[in-house]
Each structure stands twice: as C-alpha cells, then as structure tokens.
Design a protein around this ligand. Structure first.
Ligand code: SF4
Ligand code: MSK
Length: 656
C-alpha cells in the first residue's frame, strides 16, 4: 500500500457473492485487506432509488422534480400535467439520445482520423485493409473498379460524413438494410437522417412542453437508435477495420493472469482503437524497451480491458485482463504501472484506487478528463508524444514500485476476432464464401437459431454469472451465440470461446462446430461492433430461405447485465431492426403502462422487433428460444429440426 486507505464504513461484501470471476474475487479479498473500496462496495452501500429505477420521475424543469407512483402509475401527473407515459418515454428517449451520441461521436472521431489519413495530414496511421475499403464503398454505390485507393477513400469519406450531418433523406448505410425491413421503416417514418439531426430532434422533443405523446416520442426514439446502429456505430466499426485491419480469428489470453510481475504492465481501457494502436507502437519502440530493461524489467507488457481491449484482442491477439466490473480490481494487483483511458465506461472510482497503489491513471481524450488523474492528450498528428510519455511514466513507476503485488494466477485461452467477413469465409471457404452453409444449417435444424448476447457487467447482479448461464443454456439448445463487449470477456473467462467448448453445445450445433472447427460462441469485438451483428443478420436475409426481413429470422438478442445508456440505444436499434431483445438486471419502465405495452408488444405489431425482460438467465434463455421456435414455425422450417433431432437420437440409440 502506497497511500492511505479509502474504505469507508459500509456494508461489507462477500467477494464470492458478487462475482463468479475468480481473479476479481481474489482481488476483492486483497482490496478488503488493503482497505480499498471498489464499485462492489459502493453498490452494496447505495440502494438503487426505486422511483428512478422505474423511470417514474421527471426533472426536466424547475416546476418539479415530479415523482409518480409506480404502483399506481395513472394516479397522478406531473405539475405540468405530464402523464407517466410521457415521463417514461422522455426519460427512455434521453437514454437513447445519450447512448447514440456516444457511439456516433466515437464513429465521427474515426471518420475524422480517416479523412486526415487519406489527405496525408496524418502519417502515423494508414489504410491497412484496402479490400474492406472497396467492399464498404461498393456497398453504398461508390464505383471502385479501376480507381485509385485514394480516390475511393475520399469519396467514401464524403459519403459517410452524411451519417452525421445529413438533414434530409436516408443515411448511406440504409442501402445495406434488407429491402423489406427498410420498407417497414419508410412506412413508419423512421429511416434515419444524420445522427446529429436525429439526436438534436430527440433532445428537443423531450424538452418540457414539446412532444407529449409517448407513441410519437417512440417514433423518434427508433429513428435516433437506428442512426446509431446503422450509422454512427457502423461507421466506427467499418472505418476502424479499414484503418487498422479487419479481425480474423486469433488465439488470445484472457484474465488477470496476463499481467506479468517482472514486466512493466500497461493497461489500455476505453473504446477508441487509435490510442491502443499507438500504444502498441510505443511499447515496441526499441529505446523504450531498453529503458524498461535498464529499470530492471524483463520487458513491457501491454494489456487491454473493456471494449478497446476487446477490439485489440480481435485484431492483434493482445491479451485482455477483464471486463468493466474488473477495472478497479485489476489495479488492486499492485502490478499495473499505468492505466491509460480514452472514452466511455471509465469509472471515476479508478482515480482513488490508482492513487492507493501508485498506478498512473492517464486520460488521453479531450472529452474525458477525470479529477485526480493525469491528462496527456493524444494528438493523432503526433501520437507518440502521448503514448511514449505514458510508457516512460509506467517505467518510472516500475522502477519505484513499493506496492505489494499479487497477480491472480488465472489465464484462459480463447479464439476471438470473428467478423461478418470471416463468418462468410469460414463457412463457405475462399472459393465460395457465403452464408449458404449457415442458412442451410439453420433451415435443416442443426442450428436452431442465432442469438446475440452482448453488453456490460453490473454490480447489481453477480458479475458474469447471468452472461455465462444464459449462453450455456442457449448453446445447449443448439443456438449459435454471437458476442461483443464485456459479455464476450465473461464467456472467454468461462472457457466458452474455444472450439472445445462445442462439447457443451446441443448435438446439432456441436456437429457444425466440429465440422468447421469453430467455437459455439463467436466473439465479434467491442460494443460499437454490434453493427457486425446487424450486417451478419442482413447477410442471412439476403442469402435466402429465412424470410425477407430481419424480423423474420430465427434470432434474438440479450444484454443480461447491462448498465449503460449505450446499451439501451443498442437494444433499441436491435428492436427497431426487427430483433426480439431481452434485457436483464432491471428495465427502466413501469409495467402495466401504455409505453411498456408499446415497447414489449406494440412495436412487433408494427413489423419491428420487441423488448423482453428477465433477470433470470434460464427464463431469459427460454424466452429467446421460444421466440426462435416461433420464427422457425412461421418460416415453415420447424419440422426439419424435429427430423434432425430424431436422427441424432436414433444415432445415439444405435451407439448405445
Ligand atoms: Fe414535472 Fe412536467 Fe417539469 Fe417534468 S416537465 S419536472 S413532469 S413539471
Ligand atoms: S465497455 S458499454 S460496459 S459492454 Fe463497451 Fe462493456 Fe458495456 Fe461499457
């Protein structure tokens, strides 16, 4: 311990009750001994406000704040006369606006970087995947044949800028949406314009005294969420692939055991890949490696956390130390010499914990400073000025380490780095890359359906447990699982991202995984990379045999331990795209209200998807599987599955 203890007198947690992550539990025990407080202690010491949890309050003007009665939601209205449906839909809308803003601002940063690279004003980054550049450009109608990469790239930049700024018409990636889905959106008036336009309008409409019809507000909620999923998020993913490379499967070490006591350990945590990419260059810079060795280190160990970590593990196989709930716990090891962060999901609590262990906590993005952290801004025109400086600070902390070090001896190896492009190749091979084998296996019933299980971890539930139990249930019932974000890390730590995990899958999925050599759980990257799941869903529709819109696919989504407004925006863009999406933990709406009915039933009647809620992973799995089975029945492919299962049973009977 380098600094004074910070644990306040609050309800004591039992580490094994709050997490199934052994490394995190071990560090929570150490934190207790060291007198250090983490997110788990703070959650135990703060009861969630029940009115806020139901979103049954409004503070949009100073005539309030106004509190409704969740048990009798129509008993009263706000001072201005706003009903519970107006209040909840406005609150929900603002969560979508904020989540969408986070993703689109991230996407816009990537697009700005791309423009400056293409113009030659930034030289530390380059176009690493020209094939992806061409694919993305031609997917939105830009001519690529016989043209220079630079010219295609400039056209792509100009076209994609509309994703943010377009005031009328449809954003460029609307061209990727299956026709029937797009027709539904057009009918409902929810095809997005630029994200700036949509977010601005949503914020205006939810101002006191503007839109006071929950159905009309929901229209703009959908439009704004779609501007995220098919706009800002998709641009972030596609441009990152073009600049830094499209992921393909790679074996990665995950968990806190990736830290090395005899190395200078640097963790990068956040969401934008440019910081991490430049850190990768700096930690390999010979003069810095020499400096680390002179300080007595065996080398420099660069490790990721949270979503930029998930992105870097996918692209480069960089080891990953853990998900959102473990970012403070990892500092308790005492082995982290620097943690550098950019934007999103960075707890302010990190500053105190870092201070306790003498770890440098360094913010790098102008959008995110933290009181008590050091700020070293990343300028993409000269990124090494920042990233070399971070390495130098980390080396000096290594040289002067005084904190007691305890690194959990736990490492899991998994295969990560799947993408739409790789799924296409993996199943069809290089000569006939296509989604045909996936669709065929769904139609013949070996694969029952596809589920996206994504999102955060949250101290209101046992860390990782809901993710892991849900995914185990799904694969056991032959549902192929696609993953992103912190959920993917939970499953990696549980050992389910290996091809060997196919043994836990049902007979049909097991057979497919074995034939292809793939895990039953495919990690697709960070939370912004949920757009890869939208592209995969569109490819499945285009391939044929599974209906004409995303809403017809035997597919479902879940964020079992969600916590952020970004998760709500993601959930809403999946729902608006046609996917049944089940959230855990809590749902910020009072049941038995008109707005609840609209989200949980009404949107599906309009041809979109719908929301579901359960805090229980087994119930969640049953709800998703029931939906998948309903879609199979509607497609007329339910009988095929019965035949497949009969075949397997017969085979097993024969073996016995
Ligand atoms: Fe209360 Fe209406 Fe003001 Fe909201 S907008 S705080 S419901 S008076
Ligand atoms: S980091 S949004 S906790 S997935 Fe993307 Fe993880 Fe959720 Fe943040």
């Amino acid at each position: 311990m380098e600094k004074k203890k910070v644990l306040s007198k609050k309800k004591e947690i039992k580490p094994r009750d709050v997490t199934i992550c052994d490394a995190t539990a071990q560090m929570l025990e150490k934190a207790k001994r060291d007198g250090v407080e983490t997110v788990f202690d703070r959650a135990a010491g703060m009861r969630a406000c029940p009115i806020g949890a139901d979103s049954a309050c409004c503070k949009h003007c100073s005539m309030g704040p106004c509190r409704m009665n969740a048990r009798d939601p129509y008993a009263k209205v706000g001072v201005c006369g706003a009903t519970i449906d107006t209040i909840m839909s406005r609150n929900f809308a603002r969560m979508v606006a904020s989540g969408s803003a986070a993703h689109t601002d991230h996407g816009m940063s990537m697009l700005n970087l791309f423009r400056e690279v293409v113009k030659g004003n930034i030289t530390d980054y380059e176009i690493k995947d020209p094939n992806k550049l061409k694919e993305v450009a031609s997917s939105i109608g830009i001519e690529v044949e016989g043209r220079e990469i630079h010219d295609i790239a400039m056209d792509l930049y100009e076209e994609l800028e509309r994703t943010y700024t377009q005031v009328e018409g449809e954003i460029p990636f609307a061209k990727r949406v299956p026709e029937k889905t797009l027709e539904t959106w057009r009918k409902l008036g929810i095809v997005p314009r630029g994200a700036m336009r949509e977010i601005m309008e949503l914020m205006h409409r939810t101002h006191m005294g503007v839109d006071q019809d929950y159905e009309n507000i929901t229209t703009q909620i959908n439009r704004t969420a779609l501007a995220d999923g098919w706009g800002g998020s998709m641009v972030a993913t596609e441009i990152s692939d073009i600049l830094f490379g499209t992921p393909s499967p790679v074996s990665v070490e995950v968990n806190m055991g990736v830290l090395k006591e005899d190395h200078v350990n640097i963790i990068v945590h956040g969401h934008e890949p440019n910081l991490f990419e430049s850190m990768l260059v700096s930690v390999n810079e010979p003069s810095l490696v020499d400096a680390a060795k002179k300080a007595g280190a065996a080398g420099i160990n660069l490790v990721g956390m949270c979503c930029s970590g998930a992105e870097m593990m996918s692209r480069h196989g960089i080891p990953h130390a853990g998900n959102f709930m473990s970012t403070e716990a990892v500092l308790v090891t005492g082995a982290v010499d620097a943690m550098t962060v950019d934007v999103q999901c960075i707890k302010q609590g990190l500053a105190k914990v870092a201070d306790c262990y003498g770890t440098h906590l360094i913010t790098t993005n102008p959008r995110c400073h933290i009181e008590g952290a050091q700020h070293m801004e990343l300028d993409e025109h000269n990124p090494s000025a920042c990233t070399d400086g971070i390495v130098i600070k980390a080396i000096s902390r290594f040289r002067n380490r005084t904190a007691e070090i305890e690194i959990p001896n736990i490492k899991n190896i998994g295969i990560h780095g799947f993408s739409h492009e790789y799924i296409n190749y993996m199943l069809g091979g290089s000569f006939r890359a296509s989604y045909t084998p996936l669709n065929d296996n769904i139609i013949n019933g070996r694969i029952r359906g596809v589920a996206g299980v994504v999102g955060c971890t949250n101290p209101r539930v046992k860390q990782d447990w809901v993710h892991v139990e849900l995914v185990k249930e799904l694969i056991k019932k032959d549902v192929l699982v696609l993953q992103t974000g912190c959920s993917q890390i939970a499953l990696a730590k549980a050992g389910l991202t290996t091809p060997e995990a196919a043994i836990l899958a049902g007979p049909g999925l097991h057979e497919v995984c074995e034939t292809v050599g793939m895990p039953p759980v495919l990690g697709l990257g960070s939370c912004v990379d949920n757009s890869r799941i939208l592209i995969a869903a569109s490819a499945m529709v285009r391939e044929g045999g599974l209906g004409h819109s995303i809403a017809e696919l035997p597919a479902a989504g879940a964020a079992p331990e969600w916590m952020s407004e970004k998760a709500i925006s993601i959930g809403q863009y999946f729902v608006a795209s046609g996917v049944y999406t089940v959230f855990g933990v809590t749902f910020p709406i009072v049941k038995e209200t008109k707005f609840h009915k609209l989200l949980f039933e009404g949107l599906e009647e309009q041809g979109l998807g719908k929301w579901g809620f359960s805090a229980d992973p087994y119930e969640m799995a049953s709800m998703m599987i029931a939906h998948i089975d309903k879609k199979r029945q509607e497609l007329g492919i339910d009988k095929a599955r019965e035949r497949i299962l009969m075949d397997m049973a017969d085979r097993q009977a024969l073996k016995a």
